[in-house]
Design a protein around this ligand. Structure first.
Ligand code: SAH
Ligand code: SF4
Length: 339
């Protein structure tokens, strides 16, 4: 069996190189070509002699996602559809914003959490992504947008990252240690698997944390996000308060506004009480409805009214405009093409 070099950790890589009869310094050189120069094959590593490339290629290869489709929105957002080795497909979304270029990546094929306002959730879970399938989204997109460079990564595509905990942690270590992307430029978003939130800093680099809160009472949250029945608000916010946040950093809270469900003035006031004392930034996201969605998005005036209450309470609160709606790349719209 040939080895996909991207399945090896840095330590395993060093052993592999020595086992293959090559000097140890070659490991570092190869890792640099794979993770920072985004080499698509061993043949591309021109720093190695032809003979050496040939020898390595006998038992190893550099795997890549198969690009299937690339769609560009009127607003500049781009959606990338990739095929995996078992013919499942996943999506990544590239979002240009002033001086930033953010890539939104997937952590699972589908999602088991079943949030009622989310199209990915409607489809259920097909499988977890392997570590290299997670970080390869960054490598593949980087390769196809050169000379532009991705500046930020968000784990907000398909899937619940903390439900694929081990693989996501391995991927985050690769992204930080080998791709050399700063953990400050990476954000992991979760629907709220409380115990895993506290496990994260022990197992992965200190990336930013985003919580998809979306409700201010357990009754409403139970209904729209079934994960709340296992980890209710109290539990979730307790984990947030105990999260070892580095100084000057804040937790991001995402709040998808659903008309008549979680967008009242009482909700805004309850939100202020619930989040009191947590260093945070709040993102309000008016719902992106999809065909068959049970909810509606609130009127702009109601979104502003909601924001005002939070701003008055000194919370940094942004209304996140949905990008890429015309190519179904906006939050919660990813579904890829399942076989
Ligand atoms: N599973 C993780 C990350 C992926 S979802 C999580 O839930 O946090 C990324 C974000 O999209 C979440 O904040 C989620 O609340 C939001 N979202 C899902 N469906 C949406 C929709 N239809 N409209 C707007 N935002 C949505
Ligand atoms: Fe899964 Fe996140 Fe969608 Fe909920 S919002 S179903 S956790 S992807």
């Amino acid at each position: 069996m040939e080895t996909n070099l991207k399945t090896l950790s840095a330590d395993e890589f060093a052993l592999y190189i020595v086992d293959a009869g090559l000097p140890k310094y070659r490991a570092k050189q190869l890792l640099h070509w794979i993770y920072e120069k985004h080499a698509a094959s061993i043949q591309d590593i021109t720093e190695l002699s032809k003979d050496l490339r040939k020898k390595l290629s006998e038992n190893a290869y550099i795997g890549s996602l198969s690009p299937i489709e690339r769609l560009k929105s009127k607003d500049g957002t781009e959606k990338f559809l990739f095929g995996l080795e078992d013919n499942q497909t996943i999506e990544s979304v590239l979002i240009p914003d002033e001086d930033r270029l953010t890539l939104c990546i997937s952590s699972q094929v589908g999602c088991a959490m079943g949030c009622r306002f989310c199209l990915t959730g409607k489809l259920g879970l097909k499988r977890n992504l392997l570590p290299h399938e997670i970080f390869d989204q960054i490598i593949s997109v980087s390769r196809s947008i050169k000379p532009k460079v991705i500046t930020n990564i968000v784990l907000m595509g398909m899937g619940e990252p903390l439900a694929n905990f081990e693989n996501v942690c391995v991927a985050l270590r690769r992204i930080v240690d080998l791709m050399k992307i700063s953990p400050r430029k990476i954000t992991l978003s979760t629907s709220g698997i409380a115990p895993k939130i506290l496990e994260l800093p022990k197992n992965a680099p200190m990336v930013n944390l985003a919580i998809s809160l979306n409700a201010t009472t357990d009754a409403v949250r139970d209904y729209i996000m079934p994960v709340n029945k296992t980890y209710p608000l109290r539990n979730l916010l307790d984990a947030c308060r105990r999260f070892p946040l580095p100084s000057r950093r804040r937790i991001f809270f995402e709040y998808v506004l659903l008309k008549g469900v979680n967008d009242s003035e009482e909700d805004a006031k309850r939100l202020v009480k619930l989040l009191k004392g947590i260093p945070l930034k709040l993102n309000l996201i008016p719902l992106n409805p999809f065909e068959g969605c049970a909810f509606e998005k609130p009127a702009d005036a109601d979104v502003l009214r909601f924001q005002e209450i939070l701003t008055a309470a000194k919370f940094t609160t942004l209304i996140r405009k949905s990008k890429g709606q015309d190519i179904l790349a906006a939050c919660g719209q990813l579904k890829a093409k399942y076989k």
